[in-house]
Design a protein around this ligand. Structure first.
Ligand SMILES: Nc1nc2c(c(=O)[nH]1)N[C@H]1C(S)=C(S)[C@@H](COP(=O)(O)OP(=O)(O)OC[C@H]3O[C@@H](n4cnc5c(=O)[nH]c(N)nc54)[C@H](O)[C@@H]3O)O[C@H]1N2
Ligand SMILES: Nc1nc2c(c(=O)[nH]1)N[C@H]1C(S)=C(S)[C@@H](COP(=O)(O)OP(=O)(O)OC[C@H]3O[C@@H](n4cnc5c(=O)[nH]c(N)nc54)[C@H](O)[C@@H]3O)O[C@H]1N2
Ligand SMILES: [Mo]
Length: 693
């Protein structure tokens, strides 16, 4: 295997890492011939990747060499949002951008807002040079809540961090609850371990309003209403207590607040929980039997939670309740028992070295929540808000498509007095509103270091090919902007390779990363067998003193959705908008082979709900509420449960039948914990659009 830098005329294989926002963070092997990447494969030597990739990333060369890649800086020539641009030189673009940002910064740097998320999960192309640049200027700080804030906070308050089971041990579990996760679509390499367990006799139960590809392959499917997972967990606890399917020794030694939690759970007989969840009480009793059986038999019971269940008002509390469950039955005693939502807390990332918060020099800029960007872009200056947002620098994200209540987001981006710079691969919905689009490199063209949230291996990504056209890595764009704006600190000169080394410092052996592309962290097999939770008390905290001190409920509870349908609702259907299998949020939507597989924007609707509205399969439908309307194709299917429609996301707006996508309907309401978005807490109505309209 050739491990030196790309050699134009040789055939070589370069080790890399998948940059996408997915728990699996695969190790990649890219074959390069004459300087051209001809194939991207899963690295067979990496145990979690095991030589296989998802459909999307196995098409990574199609994305990289896409005819619509932006390969030169572009300057807007038409109205905002019209997507009309002309090419300009880097010199002209950076000169103008530096001048505009400098002028705004001279008035108040907080009027500048960086907006980014996980277009790449790389620690270097994510928040290294960019964070240094914005810290040094003292711009507004972005609260990165769009994905995992509620669940992350729920986990933190209960287990003490984003920690849990090691994913490989799911292969040894005897019962696996797949809770709020379409693993086959969004966590494929976990599914491999679950399948192995299934072959060895494990029972798999899927808890999801949608009959997903994963639900179909599990032994049982509990199709609860969206946002009712907290009630289900309480009903389950009720049964565990009533039947004494508990590990009293574990509860005594390693948990905090058991008596109080018990008292609360006893108020949740299965009938009460089932009525809220929209399921039969028997389903809760059966679930408790399965889960409780492992308390006495010591057969390991594992829960794979995913972020799907926390995009509702009570998402934080639901995650707290579910994270309590393994302690009730002592599941943590076995390495194949417990729960996994995210493993990212295991990584010794040297954030201060990468992001240099010291460059703030004592300033504490205001914070803007990325999930309410629609409202915040439209907010005028005021004493409590501070200056109106005058400039946006967007990278690694497509907010016009992915942020909730997109009519407001688009209206904000359309402001003529807003200066917007977008670093991108493609002319996304967001890029359409830019004053400047700057061409960024893809993962095949730059260095990076990665952590993961679904396993515990650190990874390194080497560039496989030279940057296409005039594209530059995000880091280089911020380096050059810093120089143009007279920021002279030596940290702005650090190379990408140096940043890759700084990402873990001495904590992960860089030579190992260079040699094999990944390095397994030394995490314990069964992390909480002796308690030792990273909480303030060292115990699994059923009761959180930290939350109580904030005036919140110290105990977890079921928190109902913001939007709950009742008999007189104008919008009687709950809509969830989980990912379409062949897209990654709004990435890959423009890759032709994947777009063809997905077809077009779809709404799955149950036959009963469809019949009541005279909707037939393939009809064009109007999905609407007070926030807007979205036209798409109806798929009459039992993948949707009665009362719930599934608007598979997240398409680019401009590819939608009426120029919108599912986020036209979602709200900017926030979660109970963590200030997260509530994409799956959304009521709508659906009607047929008559042909020809
Ligand atoms: N192919 C593909 N893979 C992806 C992504 C993608 O867009 N496409 N997205 C990536 C990202 S950003 C993330 S954060 C991760 C995790 O991303 P998640 O969004 O967690 O992805 P899924 O695993 O598809 O889980 C969503 C599942 O939760 C279900 N769900 C919706 N509401 C509820 C609810 O109230 N309760 C319960 N129990 N279930 C509910 C949905 O029907 C769906 O099947 O996956 C990543 N992987
Ligand atoms: N309705 C609804 N909305 C959702 C969700 C949902 O389930 N339903 N899921 C939510 C979740 S979980 C998440 S995480 C967010 C995701 O939202 P985003 O993080 O915005 O993810 P993407 O839509 O994939 O957009 C990422 C963009 O980054 C660009 N990019 C990739 N690599 C690079 C790079 O190296 N440099 C630069 N400059 N750009 C790069 C890609 O081309 C892409 O356009 O969406 C959220 N929105
Ligand atoms: Mo996400």
């Amino acid at each position: 295997m050739n491990q030196t830098s790309p050699q134009p005329s040789a055939l070589s294989q370069i080790l890399g890492a998948c940059p996408h926002d997915c728990p699996d963070t695969c190790s990649l092997l890219t074959t390069v011939q004459n300087g051209v990447a001809i194939k991207v494969q899963g690295n067979p030597a990496h145990p979690h990747t095991a030589g296989s990739l998802c459909t999307k990333v196995s098409r990574y060369t199609e994305r990289t060499y896409h005819p619509e890649r932006i390969l030169q800086p572009l300057k807007r020539v038409g109205p905002k949002g019209a997507g009309q641009f002309e090419t300009v030189s880097w010199d002209a673009a950076l000169g103008d951008i530096a001048a505009r940002l400098s002028a705004i910064a001279a008035r108040d740097p907080q009027a500048i807002l960086p907006y980014s998320y996980a277009g790449t999960m790389g620690l270097v192309q994510g928040e290294s040079m960019a964070a240094r640049f914005f810290n040094r200027l003292g711009t507004s700080h972005l609260e990165r809540t769009i994905c995992a804030a509620a669940g992350g906070e729920g986990l933190m308050q209960t287990l003490g961090g984003k920690v849990g089971m090691r994913v490989e041990f799911f292969a040894e579990s005897k019962l696996i609850l797949i809770w709020g996760s379409n693993s086959i679509s969004s966590n494929l390499h976990f599914w491999r371990y679950a399948t192995q367990a299934k072959r060895d006799g494990a029972k798999l139960i899927c808890i999801d309003p949608r009959q997903s590809e994963t639900a179909e392959k599990c032994h049982e499917h509990i199709a609860l209403l969206p946002g009712t997972d907290g009630a289900l967990a309480l009903g389950l606890m009720h049964e565990l207590i009533q039947n004494d399917w508990l590990d009293h020794d574990y509860l005594d030694r390693h948990t905090l607040g058991w008596e109080a939690l018990k008292e609360r759970a006893l108020q949740w007989p299965p009938e009460r929980a089932a009525a809220i969840c929209g399921i039969a009480p028997e389903q809760i009793r059966d679930l408790a039997k399965d889960y409780g059986a492992s308390a006495s038999s010591r057969a390991p019971a594992a829960i794979r939670m995913n972020y799907g269940l926390q995009r509702v008002h009570g998402g934080g509390n639901a995650v707290r309740l579910i994270a309590c469950l393994p302690a009730l039955i002592g599941a943590w005693r076995h390495r194949a028992g417990g729960v996994l939502l995210s493993s990212s807390g295991a990584f010794p990332v040297q954030r201060a070295a990468l992001q240099r918060p010291d460059l703030l020099a004592g300033r504490t800029p205001r914070t803007i929540n990325m999930s309410t960007i629609g409202n915040d872009l439209l907010r005028p200056a005021s004493p409590e808000f501070g200056p109106a947002i005058a400039a946006l620098v967007v990278y690694n994200s497509n907010p016009v498509a992915i942020a909730p209540e997109s009519a407001k987001v688009a209206q904000g981006f359309a402001r003529d007095d807003l200066f917007t710079v977008v670093l991108e691969h493609f002319q996304t919905d967001t890029a359409d509103y830019a004053d400047y689009i700057l061409p960024a490199t893809t993962q095949l063209e730059h260095w990076d270091t990665h952590s993961a949230y679904g396993h515990t291996d650190a990874l390194l990504n080497r560039p496989a090919i030279a940057p296409l056209g005039e594209a530059k890595p995000n880091t280089q764009i911020f380096r050059e902007l810093a120089a143009r704006m007279g920021l002279t600190e030596p940290c702005f000169a650090d190379s990408d390779e140096a940043l890759c080394r700084q990402a873990y410092g001495e904590a992960v052996d860089f030579a190992t990363l260079l040699a094999q592309g990944f390095a397994t962290l030394p995490t314990p097999d069964a992390p909480f067998v002796q308690g030792n939770f990273p909480t303030p008390s060292g115990k699994c905290e059923f009761f959180s003193q930290q939350l109580a001190a904030q005036g919140l409920d110290g105990l977890p509870d079921h928190v109902p959705n913001h939007e709950v349908a009742h008999s007189a609702s104008a919008y009687p259907l709950a809509m969830i908008s989980p990912p379409a299998r062949n897209f990654l949020n709004s990435s890959f939507v423009n890759v032709k082979s994947l777009q063809t597989t997905e077809g077009e924007p779809l709404l799955e609707i149950h036959p009963i709900d469809a019949a009541a509205r005279h909707i037939a399969d393939d009809d064009t439908v109007r999905v609407f509420n007070d926030r807007g309307h979205y036209h798409c194709r109806a798929r009459v299917s039992t993948r949707a449960r009665a009362g719930v429609v599934n608007g598979l996301g997240v398409w680019w707006r401009k590819l939608g039948l009426n120029g919108t996508n599912v986020n036209q309907l979602t709200s900017q309401n926030l979660t109970d914990l963590g200030h997260g978005p509530t994409f799956y807490d959304c009521l709508v109505e659906v009607t047929v659009v008559p042909a020809g309209v």
